[in-house]
Design a protein around this ligand. Structure first.
Ligand code: NAP
Length: 537
């Protein structure tokens, strides 16, 4: 293409999950010629890939939805307070079908390269189908937990059974009845798998390195009355979710920990525990993130809940986190996870005592030689979060900027939405924003898509070619991010929240703890100022 030719598309959107579908819809409504590209054969994103047993949303369905269409809210009936994966995937298909979005996607297609053409001012997108597509804008909605972390255990090729990562679980399922199954990992995903399959398998061996602070989920089926209640709340919810710290309908509404007597605090914690939602975490007290003494007390409260549910005191001790503070990474919600360890067919193996040395033909061998015979190994070992999808995309900006190299050294972004050196590239759920999972995801993703949509409209209306943040603007955002992050207790815990789960990844430049509402204000101010701090050509 030379400078005089038009690009193939006004915009290319990568991903057909919650954000990608909405982004295609919004840009198309704006009259743009949009092409979506999706690696999976169908829509759903996270909710397509994570079809492992027990996969379920940790936000209440009444806040886990699109807000732009009254019709959609009226027509879709959520079945549960916390919907399972099939229902969530069905919801996204409902959205895609209602607005005829599937025709705008190339499925089974992975973006393998993206190069900014400095002469033509377009992105050149290469795919694994061998296509070379051009677009003025590139919007990545590729998910913040979409690249599985698959540990390379020596001897993996020797194992004769089935080995699978939870995010690549076969759609048709695996027959686990009566089988010897091993699960590696006890994060939010491992918890959901373990509690779901414990009753089905013959023998379940759980390989745990770091225990989690599971909070008991209070889930139930919704009836018409409750659905009507939440529909009536929609005008208020729509507003409220944009005003809270984490995009839920609850906030730190209990005031400061220090404003209460010990009895009052216990009463509040008991009430939050009963609610059985993430309110126990991001609807409790703000000090849980900032004050070590408060965090210690809240951690003790949850530890006592865990110990009370496990019969064997030694197993209870192993399942109880000790070295990390409650809520210093996203809290898993669980249903009968701890009770699973009271079953005679479930064994907990402490990898801190003896790590996995290798896989054998039969199963897993620990250092010291203990071997576990297994038919199936399920890897619930997490993700290369926030940056993984983007650093795999082979993105090159202007004048030699290469995202994989740059983020390999130092993760930098402006608002988590644009990166200096990469004109017209927008990164939904990119690092340094609350949307990298310090949020009710649907709130933060829609807010970012809306901002991008307005920004692109502004560039077009003003007859411009390209927009990107200046280096100074980006430096200021990164500095502000670091300041906010370093004040939190999050930096004291090694987890995927800091990037520490991936060897060699720069740490503590992933999530923003600024708060969703404050972040939205910062984004809105930039738009209102005519994109001050951005260079527009
Ligand atoms: P994760 O929190 O990173 O947990 C991975 C687990 O695997 C950890 O226990 C980790 O132990 C272990 N592990 C990793 N590599 C290992 C190795 N080589 N040997 C032994 N153990 C190893 O990942 P996740 O459970 O997939 O959860 C990630 C995020 O996904 C959650 O925080 C949540 O935001 C999201 N999620 C949400 C839902 C929901 O909405 N309901 C459900 C599932 C997941 P170490 O900690 O010791 O490394």
């Amino acid at each position: 293409m030379n400078a005089a030719q038009s690009p193939d598309f006004d915009a290319i959107v990568v991903g057909a999950g919650i954000a990608g579908l909405y982004q295609v819809y919004r840009l198309r409504e704006q009259g743009m010629n949009v092409q979506g590209i999706e690696a999976a054969p169908a829509v759903g994103g996270t909710w397509y890939w994570n079809c492992y047993p027990g996969a379920r949303v940790d936000s209440q369905s009444h806040v886990y939805q699109y807000w732009f269409s009254d019709e959609m809210i009226e027509e879709w009936d959520w079945g549960e307070r916390f919907p399972a994966q099939p229902e969530t995937e069905a919801y996204l298909n409902f959205f895609a079908d209602k607005f005829d979005l599937k025709k705008d996607f190339r499925f089974n297609t992975r973006v393998t390269s993206a190069d900014w053409d400095e002469t033509a001012h377009v992105w050149r997108i290469g795919t694994d189908s061998g296509e070379d597509l051009t677009a003025k804008y590139l919007v990545t909605c590729a998910g913040m937990l979409s690249v599985p972390k698959i540990p390379e255990f020596p001897g993996s090729e020797d194992f004769k059974g089935v080995i699978v990562h939870t995010a690549r679980y076969p759609r048709e399922g695996i027959d686990l009845a009566g089988k010897k199954v091993g699960v590696i990992g006890c994060g939010a995903t491992g918890i959901q798998v373990i509690q779901t399959i414990a009753t089905e398998v013959g023998k379940l061996t759980v390989f745990q390195r770091t225990p989690s602070y599971g909070v008991a989920m209070n889930n139930h089926a919704l009836d018409d009355e409750e659905r009507a209640h939440w529909r009536a709340e929609v005008p208020e919810l729509r507003k409220r979710i944009n005003e809270t710290m984490t995009g839920f309908a609850f906030d730190f509404d209990n005031g400061s920990w220090h404003d209460h007597t010990s009895e009052e605090r216990t009463e509040i914690l008991d009430r939050l525990w009963e609610d059985g939602s993430l309110a126990m975490w991001v609807g409790s007290f703000p000090e849980v993130f900032y004050d070590q003494d408060v965090n210690d007390e809240m951690s003790d409260y949850v530890r006592a809940k865990i110990r009370a549910r496990v019969d064997d005191p030694n197993v209870a001790e192993l399942l109880t986190p000790k070295d990390v503070g409650f809520g210093t990474y996203r809290v898993p919600l669980e249903s009968n996870f701890y009770e699973a360890f009271n079953r005679s067919n479930v064994e907990l193996v402490d990898l801190l005592e003896a790590p996995i040395e290798r896989l054998s033909e039969q199963g897993i061998v620990l250092e010291g030689g203990r071997e576990f015979e297994l038919d199936v190994i399920i890897l619930a070992t997490g993700f290369d979060a926030g940056t993984g999808a983007l650093t795999q995309m082979n993105i090159h900006g202007r004048e030699g900027h290469a995202l994989t190299r740059e983020w390999g050294e130092d993760i930098r972004s402006t608002l988590g939405l644009q990166v200096h050196g990469y004109p017209n590239l927008f990164t939904v759920a990119g690092p340094l924003a609350p949307s990298t999972a310090f949020c009710n995801m649907t709130t933060c993703l829609q807010q970012q898509v809306d901002w991008i949509t307005e920004c692109i409209a502004w560039v077009e209306t003003n007859g411009k070619e390209a927009i990107e943040p200046t280096r100074e603007k980006q430096d200021a955002w990164v500095a502000h991010h670091d300041e906010v992050t370093q004040e939190t207790l999050v930096v004291k815990t090694s987890s995927w929240y800091t990037g520490a789960n991936i060897e060699g990844k720069p740490t503590s430049r992933l999530l923003s703890y600024l708060g969703a509402a404050t972040y939205k204000e910062a984004c809105d101010e930039i738009a209102a100022s005519g994109y001050e701090g951005f260079s527009v050509s």
